[in-house]
Write a protein that binds this ligand. Structure first.
Ligand SMILES: CCCCCCCC/C=C\C/C=C/C(=O)SCCNC(=O)CCNC(=O)[C@H](O)C(C)(C)COP(=O)(O)OP(=O)(O)OC[C@H]1O[C@@H](n2cnc3c(N)ncnc32)[C@H](O)[C@@H]1OP(=O)(O)O
Length: 177
């Protein structure tokens, strides 16, 4: 994770884990630590983005291949900790979604106060496409953002929306070129 101060009050926080910013336990820990440090340093707002062409590919599936029980439990704790920290942060949080944002990548964006996204990208919770269903707090985030019925349809079908469709249903707030 890298931090660039745009002024004394606003920080650009970039996920920097090539090639696709898959959320490993370490990346989630780094993001949470960064947000907490910025909160402690009188910063007012952050822009969360990526230093590569993918915003975030969701959970690191490689790390979840044949994990030990202990690892799964610490991974899950880190995921919940990151979500709680970002969602409840006192900072004004903006997601600049500059690449694909599937599954937990979408969760990161939805946990922010405002979402801008570049065109020709995709965002959504596609977990059902590979036989999983998102945890309840992902579901609630989606329902709070686009409405319960729309969320139900998107989640059941594991839809990844284009930038334009995401704007149309309120999943993002602005398209930025
Ligand atoms: C705590 C344990 C609990 C386990 C149970 C979990 C239950 C909870 C259920 C849901 C919660 C949330 C789940 C998730 O977030 S799962 C992740 C879902 N993500 C995806 O479906 C995205 C998959 N990736 C893509 O669609 C594409 O890679 C892309 C659009 C993000 C980028 O495309 P492109 O630029 O063309 O890159 P490549 O596809 O070529 O990929 C490059 C490289 O990166 C690897 N990779 C991609 N995604 C992941 C990933 N999520 N984890 C790990 N690695 C990933 C890909 O395999 C390539 O690797 P290489 O071949 O070695 O180069």
């Amino acid at each position: 994770v890298t931090v660039e101060m745009k002024s004394s009050k606003v920080a650009i926080v970039r996920m920097n884990r090539p090639p696709v910013n898959a959320l490993s336990k370490d990346l989630m820990h780094g993001l949470r630590r960064t947000i907490c440090d910025l909160e402690d340093n009188d910063v007012k707002g952050i822009v969360l983005t990526s230093s590569s062409k993918v915003f975030c590919a969701g959970l690191d599936l490689a790390e979840l291949l044949n994990p030990t029980q202990e690892f799964v439990s610490s991974f899950w704790k880190e995921l919940q900790g990151l979500w709680i920290t970002l969602y409840s942060s006192r900072l004004v949080t903006v997601a600049a979604v500059n690449g694909a944002a599937p599954a937990a990548g979408c969760m990161l964006a939805l946990s922010c106060d405002y979402r801008m996204m570049s065109s020709k990208n995709v965002i959504g919770m596609n977990e059902t496409k590979f036989g999983l269903f998102p945890p309840p707090w992902f579901v609630e985030l989606m329902a709070d953002t686009v409405g319960r019925r729309k969320a139900e349809m998107l989640l059941l079908q594991g839809t990844l929306l284009s930038t334009e469709d995401a704007l149309a249903c309120g999943m993002i707030d602005q398209i930025v070129e």
